[in-house]
Design a protein around this ligand. Structure first.
Ligand code: GAL
Length: 918
């Protein structure tokens, strides 16, 4: 069978081995290579001959994906394969990139043994050096090495590589991401000295009962180990040595620089000591329960796809650390090796996952799923060997994962057996083994809160390898999950899905998602589900993660606050308090945590909060001193009631309509101006532009079936007396259910109190999106200042990263730039707000006691119709919405919907706001 359609995963490769930092010479072959793209796999192979004339070819950078450089286009599918299921055959339409790289052999390399290494080629490569065929490999995110010494010539050498987008291996690579072929990780030539260290396996255990570390380094040839930081000079490899050490953890990632030296080579290592164990159903590291507060990370860059610059990897790690994330699942393949070095260095627990997913077989009832078909056994084992062998020396890796969503089968069980045999020091993870027949931890994705609690009671440690789907606005329910993790030692924690939106930078759409390249089969914006926007700006969801994952807990009682470390210790933290009057100070917190006296505070009038913050007291490698790690607020004085005593001002009929205090109304009692500013009359609205999570819960269908997006407003009565009352029946066409709405305007102070009374008619069994009154304002009223939670957006079950204070913004800045437009930017629990133009002219709105505030330049209908943000054209007005409630957000784009306590139902109610001139 043709190699690219064969179960045989590789040919001609050297045995897999550890990624090593060696003193042997190396040559990075990256750069501009010659490139041509063919539509099918079997083009002529003459290009592999050194003399071939490639002057007519294009050039393409290596590493890179060719669809991101003008050859073909990216394509996105989640579960479905973009080709027919007939394993192991790829389709005939098989974009195939031919590459040629001409390089000069360094003069002093003559006669050396040399290895040619590929760190990642998607999906199948056939390789020639100087016209001689070396072999082929699949396994896109896995290393591949060939022995090439005998083929190298002094002076000019020609490396030729043929890369097929589709191969038998593609059946094993159905991860939810863009299909992006190419040589996307480095290509390197490595000298292999005589007597060199082909492989090194570090075993560095820590005994928490004695504080001793035991180091044993295994090598295939005799060598010695030096660890100057431990006073070890020339320990023979293979022999254990036990010494006092400081252990490695995500919080304190102590690494010891070491060298291993054989007769021919020295490799540099950074050794971390830690021991992973499972005791009584609890996952432990160094004797302590492991608290994984993680994220799933795909490698992604909006311009480079999965060909990430190392600086971007560092940015990811720094952003994670700064947001209290302490763990990463490398979903769903081993990352670039440099990323794992960064995890070791900065401190992140890692689940290293094999490059494996066959999810699309679910559509045929898992018929012919490779996981259960022995002809794929070697491919499965090959993938696991190449993962474990490459990455085995990283202290950050605490679990091996067999892959993702490949159902179950004997090939997976064989991978687990091999892994346990090769590296008994790390438990095996795989979510698809629902019966836990061959895994060491019980893993689920998108378990409900109730399941999370239930699964946390054994017998195996429970891990949520994916939860809190961060697609679009959300995730809701995050805080409640993390509370369950915190309460249950049998739950090792979880990994939010996922780190970053995979939005590819696009000349028209700003950031592209599925369908933007006219793919015939695609999954739309399901690839836009990260805590970071594609340009790595943190989303509100990431700020909530920071809050939910705080490593310190605060509890206020009387005049003290009790501070408890949840992970790590308090040694690098300083605790500060601040009051709204600007006073600030430091709390005296016992070193291990405990009670600290709060400052004495003066009598405040008005709502007053004390803020306590844990900040870094020293510079760390990941954030400077002063970086905020955790915080809490404590209510010192509650808000006084807003005065609502009516004044004697009365509505007056005029020629144009009705004049009432600061406001003018038309004859039908509809507000037209307030304080001289044209204002569109308040109208009840029960809809919002559905979020991705609403869509997941099918609420968008419910709402459109009911007709929430097309409410009609029938004016039934206008009563002008001591107050101005309009009675309106609000209802969608075609149904007899509706809402009787009474808008009552009452003079209070210099303003008007708007009371909105709702009386539903008929059954309203389903949640509504929001209960709001919407008004229109002139476009120049685009500044807002509010008192309440801020500065970010908030919904009933999100936005807990906000704290109460006074905040300012513009209408444009209130908007959250979700790649696929949807409801966003609301500020919840607002006590009062002013909306003004640049001169300060405008409205003041006061809640009785609180309201949700929305200010946008478009209606929900415009927001809903747009597929990309660039399609959002500002309207001629600013839309002001004042809500008495919003349906929670939940995480039903993948996972459970809104928790019952955050659902919003239409019931009889009254809510009020006071409107005044700003
Ligand atoms: C999971 C899967 C992830 C991703 C997620 C939804 O089932 O493992 O790769 O597809 O759902 O975004």
């Amino acid at each position: 069978m043709t190699y690219y359609a064969d179960h045989q995963p590789t040919s001609g490769l050297r045995a897999p081995r550890a990624a090593l930092d060696s003193d042997a010479p190396r040559l990075d072959l990256g750069g501009d290579w010659r490139f041509r793209l063919l539509p099918e796999a079997d083009g002529p192979v003459e290009f592999a001959t050194p003399a071939y004339d490639d002057t007519g070819w294009d050039t393409l950078p290596v590493p890179a994906h060719w669809p991101l450089h003008g050859h073909g286009a990216p394509a996105y599918t989640n579960v479905v394969y973009p080709f027919p299921l007939d394993p192991p055959h790829p389709p005939t339409d098989n974009p195939t990139g031919d590459y040629r790289c001409v390089f000069d052999l360094p003069a002093d390399w003559a006669g050396e043994d040399v290895v040619l290494r590929f760190d990642g080629v998607d999906s199948c490569a056939r390789v020639w050096l100087n016209g001689a065929e070396l072999g082929m490999f699949t396994g896109s995110r896995l290393p591949a090495e060939f022995d090439v010494g005998a083929l190298l010539r002094s002076g000019r050498n020609v490396l030729a590589v043929r890369v097929h987008q589709w191969s038998a291996g593609s059946y094993l690579e159905d991860q939810d991401m863009w299909w992006l072929p190419g040589i996307f990780r480095p290509v390197t030539l490595l000298v292999r000295p005589t007597g060199g260290l082909d492989d090194v396996f570090v075993h560095a255990d820590f005994d928490h009962t004695t504080g001793l570390g035991t180091l044993r380094v295994d090598t295939p040839v005799p060598a010695t180990v030096a660890v100057p930081g431990l006073g070890l000079a020339a320990v023979p490899t293979g022999a254990p040595v036990t010494v006092p050490v400081r252990p490695w953890s995500a919080e304190n990632p102590t690494l010891y620089d070491a060298t291993v030296t054989s007769s021919g080579e020295t490799v540099r290592l950074r050794i971390g000591f830690r021991t992973v164990s499972i005791v009584d159903g609890v996952l432990l590291v160094n004797g302590e329960p492991l608290h994984l507060r993680g994220v799933n990370r795909h490698e992604f860059h909006p311009d480079h796809g999965r060909a990430l610059p190392v600086e971007t990897m560092r940015e990811d790690v720094l952003l994670m650390k700064r947001h209290n994330i302490n763990a990463v699942r490398t979903s769903h393949y081993p990352p670039h090796p440099a990323f794992l070095d960064l995890c070791d260095e900065y401190g992140l627990w890692v689940i290293d996952e094999c490059d494996l997913e066959t999810h699309g077989f679910t559509f045929v009832g898992w018929r012919n799923n490779p996981s259960a078909d022995e002809s794929w056994r070697e491919s499965y084992l090959d993938r696991m060997r190449r993962t474990v062998e490459r990455d085995k020396n990283h202290p950050s890796i605490v679990l091996w994962s067999l892959g993702n969503e490949s159902h179950t089968g004997s090939n997976l069980a064989a991978m687990a057996d091999w892994t346990r045999d090769r590296d008994p020091s790390r438990p095996v993870h795989y979510e698809g083994d629902a019966d836990c027949a061959y895994v060491d931890v019980h893993s689920r994705m998108y378990a409900t809160h109730e399941e999370t609690e239930r699964f946390s009671h054994g017998p195996l440690p429970f891990v949520q390898c994916e939860y809190a789907h961060a697609m679009g606005n959300g995730p809701g329910g995050l805080a409640e999950y993390v509370a369950l993790f915190d309460e249950n030692p049998g739950c090792a924690g979880g990994f939010v899905w996922e780190w970053i939106d995979h939005g590819l930078r696009h000349p028209v759409h700003e950031f592209a998602y599925g369908g933007d390249y006219d793919e015939p089969v695609h999954d739309g914006n399901f690839v836009i589900d990260g805590l970071l926007f594609p340009d790595r700006t943190p989303s509100p969801g990431l700020l909530d993660v920071h809050k939910a994952y705080e490593p310190v807990a605060f509890a206020f009682t009387g005049d003290q606050v009790t501070i408890t470390p949840k992970r790590g210790d308090l040694s690098r933290l300083r605790f500060e308090w601040t009051l709204p009057d600007g006073s600030t100070g430091t709390l005296r917190v016992p070193p291990g945590g405990g009670g600290a006296a709060l400052p004495e505070w003066p009598a405040f009038t008005g709502e007053t909060w004390l803020t306590v913050r844990a900040v870094l007291s020293v510079d760390t490698p990941w954030a400077p001193a002063g970086h905020e790690v955790a915080w809490a607020q404590h209510l010192l004085a509650a808000a006084p009631d807003v005065p609502t005593t009516p004044t004697s001002v009365r509505p007056q009929r005029t020629d144009e309509g009705i004049s009432f205090g600061p406001a003018e109304f038309d004859r039908r009692g509809q507000l037209t101006t307030f304080a001289g500013i044209p204002v569109g009359a308040p109208r009840l609205d029960l809809w919002r532009a559905p979020t991705d999570n609403d869509r997941g819960a099918r609420l968008h269908e419910t709402w459109s079936a009911v007709g929430l997006h097309r409410l009609t407003h029938r004016l039934d009565a206008v009563d002008v007396g001591d107050t101005l009352v309009t009675r309106v029946r609000v209802a969608p066409a075609g149904t007899d259910r509706g809402v009787r709405v009474t808008y009552e305007w009452t003079p209070v102070g210099d303003g008007l109190l708007l009371g909105v009374h709702l009386e539903p008619e008929g059954d309203w069994p389903e949640p509504v999106a929001r209960i709001a009154v919407c008004l229109t304002l002139p476009p120049e009223l685009d500044r807002v200042r509010w008192y309440g939670p801020g500065p970010g957006e908030s919904y009933p079950d999100t936005g807990f990263a906000n704290r109460v204070g006074t905040f300012e913004s513009t209408v444009d800045e209130l908007a959250t730039p979700y790649v696929r437009p949807q409801e966003n930017g609301r500020r919840g629990e607002v006590r009062h707000a002013t909306v003004t133009d640049a001169t300060g002219r405008g409205l003041r709105i006061t809640g009785l006691p609180r309201f949700g505030l929305g200010l946008t330049r478009w209606t929900p209908a415009v927001l809903d119709a747009a597929r990309h943000r660039v399609e959002l054209t500002p309207g001629s007005t600013v839309e002001l919405s004042l809500d008495a409630g919003h349906q929670g957000i939940g995480t039903a784009s993948c996972g459970p919907g809104t928790l019952p306590s955050y659902e919003l139902f239409l019931r009889e109610q009254t809510f009020s706001v006071l409107l005044e001139q700003a």
